[in-house]
Design a protein around this ligand. Structure first.
Ligand SMILES: [Zn+2]
Length: 234
């Protein structure tokens, strides 16, 4: 009995170490999350700026096309002028041409406005690109540090887990199963030494007969109040 208890407590010591390493590993996550959130915020702004530039470029290309078409129309009207026979036809052709010229003038001033907006949008895009690069450069050290800590903890963890599984071979399977179930449920220490006459985890008094059973035979009992494994430490 005593041997089983010792084997179990050795496993538990490893589990506490593993638990501590896992907590340190989990504590790295908020740091990574904070870095990611800042980078994502800047990357989103950059993406919005890119969308704006693309939209203005599309408008610009479309308007340039229309101006070319309308200028071609003016040229055609000009050519037709030479073919007109009557005064009425001439007046109509001039009116048509003037209308086309007005349209082109409006479109050209629209184009000036778009060009200006596009220039501003490109400047903003450039600024966001710079901000993202600066953010990544600034975060590089922090990320390297977190990655190194993570790698070190991972190595420690796999060593600790290997050690634990070796030691677990010395614990009888039913006892180990019971212990693991309690440990996973509580996410912490599963086997507790009796403290005085009470359970070491919850302080509930243990009937004398069960206490004697543990102290005389090195037995392991379950606390009826909190469900942990109890043992008698000399
Ligand atoms: Zn208890």
């Amino acid at each position: 009995m005593q041997q089983e208890l010792e084997a179990l407590l050795a496993v538990q010591a490893d589990d506490m170490e593993i638990h501590g390493l896992e907590e340190r590993l989990a504590a790295l996550q908020p740091r990574l999350k904070e870095l990611d959130q800042r980078r994502t915020r800047i990357a989103n702004e950059l993406e919005r700026a890119q969308v704006l530039v693309t939209a203005e470029e599309k408008k610009q290309a479309h308007l340039r096309e229309r101006i070319t078409e309308h200028k071609a129309l003016i040229d055609r009207n000009q050519a037709q002028m030479d073919a007109v026979k009557t005064m009425r036809q001439a007046t109509a052709a001039v009116a048509q041409m003037e209308e086309a010229r007005r349209i082109v003038a409006t479109e050209e001033s629209e184009l000036v406005a778009i060009n200006r907006r596009l220039e501003e949008a490109r400047a903003a895009l450039h600024a966001h690109q710079g901000a993202l690069e600066a953010c990544e450069a600034e975060q590089s050290d922090a990320r390297t540090e977190v990655a190194a800590e993570q790698a070190a903890l991972d190595t420690e963890l796999s060593t600790a887990r290997a050690k634990r599984s070796d030691k677990a071979k010395h614990v009888p399977v039913p006892l180990l199963g019971k212990y693991d179930k309690i440990r996973l449920r509580r996410r912490a220490q599963a086997a507790w030494a009796v403290k005085g006459t009470a359970c070491g985890a919850c302080d509930t008094a243990i009937p004398m007969q069960r206490r004697n059973q543990m102290s005389n035979h090195g037995g392991i009992d379950v606390c009826e109040a909190c469900g942990v494994l109890m043992y008698f430490a000399e």
